[in-house]
Write a protein that binds this ligand. Structure first.
Ligand SMILES: *Cc1c(COP(=O)(O)O)cnc(C)c1O
Length: 379
């Protein structure tokens, strides 16, 4: 990776650029913690939890170790019976299914909408059975899912809904933040996310006082107070003081960074508007473009990727194999063909470089190479 990265014309992502632009603030934050002598469950986390809750418009925020554990603990907090079924999608990297299983529950998959890549309300409705006990919605690529309609379906069936906002920091629906619609909203602050720590970190937001208190126990051994275990299923999953301080230093930039991501997406949409054989993502208001994902049709996706790579342009596939067909989930008994849209998208999706520090010239370079690749492959 590192040898090709040095020859790369346009990297898929470049976290150094963001670090350099924020170096003084980030290093001051880290130094503050180093010198404080308090490294776990201290004032930085308490402050970040308040600031993140306020930013999202939620009553509570509970910091945890990473995004997958945010999902895991959110599910645990609902106290579902062992083995209960949770409906989620199969095109989002499998984190939700891992968390569902980690919580002692059973993932069931519903198909997604071809245009939005997100769970569609009719698909959700059709997937609900008497065994369904919860719904886990992903706002994939930073594009808000149709959460109001999905919530209406969930409520009609009396099911709690959890939102996976790991790719959707600051994404809004009708002015309201994703993560505040369901019972619980889960975030990852993995370094590449729209708000990223310098290591692993995650959080859960909720308006429910009881769930927030329970999550605070579950993330620290199930303790009600020091050395007194109350909740079964408690684990150790904490957002440490260094990461909390880094996130506090970066949070004031998040809205600006998201605006820059949207601007880069608009450049791509304009420069690629007339290219045949591809589908561009829509420009839904509130979309924060964690990823800019096009579809390449005609079975040419991997060939296009190779041409881009040969020209030093980074790209990725999110995600190449749907979760229901992964060997790790064999036990669920799914077969190819059961989720046709998710399976088709795994063959066509292609993520192009899209991050706040990407220049217009770089976007032009990507677009030129992509057009030439598609023209050459069609010839
Ligand atoms: C990154 C991500 C996660 C997992 O977050 P980690 O912090 O890496 O555990 C969960 N869901 C989605 C959609 C993600 O993109």
């Amino acid at each position: 990776m590192s040898s090709s990265a040095s020859t790369q014309q346009v990297p898929f992502n470049d976290l150094q650029r963001q670090y350099r632009a924020q170096q003084a603030q980030i290093e001051a934050a880290v130094q503050r913690v180093l010198r404080s002598g308090w490294y776990i469950l201290g004032p930085e986390l308490a402050a970040f939890e308040q600031e993140w809750a306020a930013y999202c418009g939620a009553r509570h925020c509970v910091g945890v170790g990473n995004g997958t554990e945010a999902l895991h603990l959110a599910l645990r907090a609902l106290d579902l019976p062992p083995g209960a079924e949770v409906i989620t999608v199969a095109n989002a990297g499998g984190y939700g299914a891992i968390a569902i299983r980690q919580a002692g529950l059973t993932p069931r998959f519903a198909d997604v909408d071809e245009a939005t890549h997100n769970l569609s309300p009719p698909a959700l409705e059709a997937a609900i059975t008497p065994r369904t006990r919860a719904i886990l919605v992903v706002h994939l690529y930073g594009r808000p899912a149709p959460i109001e309609e999905l919530l209406a379906v969930a409520e009609r069936h009396g099911l709690p809904l959890i939102e996976d906002c790991a790719q959707a920091h600051g994404a809004r629906v009708a002015g309201r933040m994703t993560g505040t619609f369901g019972r619980l909203g889960c975030f990852s602050f993995y370094p590449t996310k729209n708000l990223g720590a310098l290591g692993d970190a995650g959080a859960i937001i909720t308006d429910d006082d009881r769930l927030a208190a329970k999550l605070r126990r579950l993330r620290a051994y199930g303790w009600e107070r020091k050395y007194y275990s109350l909740d079964p299923g408690g684990i150790n999953s904490r957002l440490d003081e260094v990461q909390a301080a880094v996130l506090r230093a970066k949070l004031p930039q998040l809205e600006r960074w998201n605006a820059l991501r949207r601007e880069r997406a608009a450049w791509y949409r304009r420069l690629l508007a007339d290219v045949p054989g591809i589908t561009l993502p829509d420009d839904l208001p509130g979309h924060v473009f964690h990823l800019f994902v096009i579809q390449v049709h005609g079975g040419q996706r991997d060939a296009v990727r190779q041409v881009l790579a040969a020209r030093g342009i980074g790209s990725e596939v999110h995600y190449p194999m749907p979760t229901h067909l992964q060997p790790a989930f064999d036990e669920l008994g799914y077969e190819a063909g059961e989720l046709p849209v998710s399976e088709r998208l795994a063959e066509t999706v292609l993520s192009l470089p899209c991050f706040p520090e990407l220049s217009y010239a770089e976007v032009e370079t990507v677009c030129r190479a992509l057009k030439e690749a598609i023209a050459a492959l069609a010839a």
